[in-house]
Design a binder for this molecule. Structure first.
Ligand code: AMP
Ligand code: GLY
Length: 424
């Protein structure tokens, strides 16, 4: 069958790479894609949330399945759009509908569901312009640090960790009264700060049954030793050694099972991949966030460990047969290292030629911020390439990825040399 994948990052290149290996895939299209997906599939020149263009492409290219990589089209209701359109109704689209995607699209909704289902998470309160003064009073007695979250999607920038009460009051005011994050911050969640080690767990679900995918840890800060500014992710490791069977069982019984039941109670059927962002607090999981999609860069570490044909996973979601699905995982460790542009996450140059990309052996290089200019692959974003290697241990896999990171070249190349070190 012909498949259309929406998105343009490293996550989508990893998904495209895996989909292309499926016995069920004839032609693969990616919209808008990048230079990496262009080498495996046909890139289509429209945005991943341009619903009309998506519909046109589905009809023009006889698409029989659509896979949604990023959150924006899901939160905007791409799944509902398909279900409500006579010509698209029969095409399975992999991802949650608008109501279910609210788990990521509204932090307040996500906290309400967690509270209803008694899922372990940080204590919180939600404020709008209507109860602004109550919010200020609440902040004045809140222990430090204070976590402020814009309710809606804010391109990964909507979470602020404030170390003083004044900073929290200023930011809270900027969000609610000066539209700091636009419509996303017309509601603000004020949350207790959780101490611990972060990790992510991914599940596949048809709303009733679920299967666990491997755990992963993402490295968010730009600097070695997890210092400096936040980024979209500088690397990932899968599996996470401390996420052992006992810990993962707690994630299932305390989080996943009650969440799916709670959503059902609210007449919401969640279909697709669910990202559970967790804090491990002395062996006890607590939810930091839910995302309605796979993680980036976690996907680049997880997908290479997947033995199962990924299209059978998509089919199980679409036909509500996740209960019968068998997911096989390669028992090795994956370490992903991101090459980023000099200056990122602040200003950086674009359009720089990337050299030595062709000579990579034994590792996988997934493109994120790349494009083709006169047949030459050039940089196009802050996060440029994700290098993934498998090994028997974290150091073995990391060493392979680091060797490739040294080999690939472009002006201003930067990467972290310590991905996974904290887990050894
Ligand atoms: P999010 O946009 O929800 O992924 O949050 C961004 C990052 O902020 C998370 O990955 C955590 O590192 C951090 N964070 C969010 N909420 C909390 C919290 N309650 N306690 C500590 N760190 C948090
Ligand atoms: N790695 C974090 C995210 O995908 O949101």
């Amino acid at each position: 069958m012909n498949i259309l994948l929406l998105g343009s990052g490293g996550r989508e290149h990893a998904l495209a790479w895996k989909i292309k290996q499926s016995t069920f895939c004839d032609a693969l299209f990616v919209a808008p894609g990048n230079a990496g997906t262009n080498a495996l599939a046909t890139n289509l020149p429209f945005e991943d949330d341009d619903f009309d263009a998506i519909k046109k492409a589905c009809l023009q290219y006889q698409i029989k399945m659509v896979v949604v990589g990023p959150e924006t089209p899901l939160v905007k209701g791409i799944v509902d759009f398909f279900e409500q359109d006579k010509e698209l109704l029969s095409i399975p689209i992999i991802g949650p509908n608008r109501a279910a995607a609210q788990l990521e699209g509204s932090k307040d909704f996500s906290k309400q569901i967690m509270q209803q289902c008694h899922i372990p998470t940080a204590k919180y309160a939600t404020f709008t312009a209507a109860n602004f003064n109550d919010g200020i009073t609440y902040l004045k007695t809140h222990p430090l640090p204070i976590v402020l979250k814009a309710d809606g999607l804010a391109a990964g920038k909507g979470v602020l960790i404030c170390t003083s009460t004044q900073e929290a009051i200023d930011e809270f005011t900027a969000m609610l009264q000066a539209g700091k994050f636009g419509a996303a911050s017309t509601k603000v969640v004020v949350e207790e700060f959780l101490e611990g080690i972060e990790l992510s767990v991914f599940i596949v679900t048809d709303g009733i049954n679920y299967k666990m995918l491997p755990s992963a840890k993402d490295y968010k800060r730009i600097g070695i030793g997890d210092t400096g500014l936040n980024t979209g992710g500088m690397g990932a490791v899968s599996p996470v050694p401390f996420a052992d069977d006992t810990f993962l069982k707690k994630v299932e019984t305390q989080i996943v099972i009650p969440l799916l039941a709670g959503l059902q109670k609210n007449n919401i059927t969640y279909k697709g991949f669910l990202f559970v962002g967790l804090m491990n607090r002395n062996g006890e999981p607590s939810v930091i966030e839910f995302n309605c999609r796979l993680g980036d860069p976690e996907t680049e570490a997880i997908i290479p460990r997947l033995k199962t044909d990924i299209v059978t996973i998509f089919q199980a979601i679409a036909t509500s047969k996740v209960g019968e699905l068998k997911i096989e995982i390669i028992d090795e460790t994956a370490v992903t290292i991101f090459l980023v542009s000099g200056g990122y996450p602040n200003e950086y140059k674009k359009g720089l030629p990337i050299n030595n990309l062709m000579n990579v052996e034994g590792s996988l290089v997934f493109h994120a911020g790349t494009t083709l200019k006169d047949q030459q692959t050039v940089t196009q974003g802050g996060r440029v390439l994700a290098i993934t290697s498998l090994g028997k241990s974290i150091p073995e896999a990391a060493e392979k990825s680091l060797a490739i990171a040294q080999q690939i070249n472009y002006e201003g190349k930067y990467y972290r040399t310590d991905i996974g070190h904290d887990l050894i």
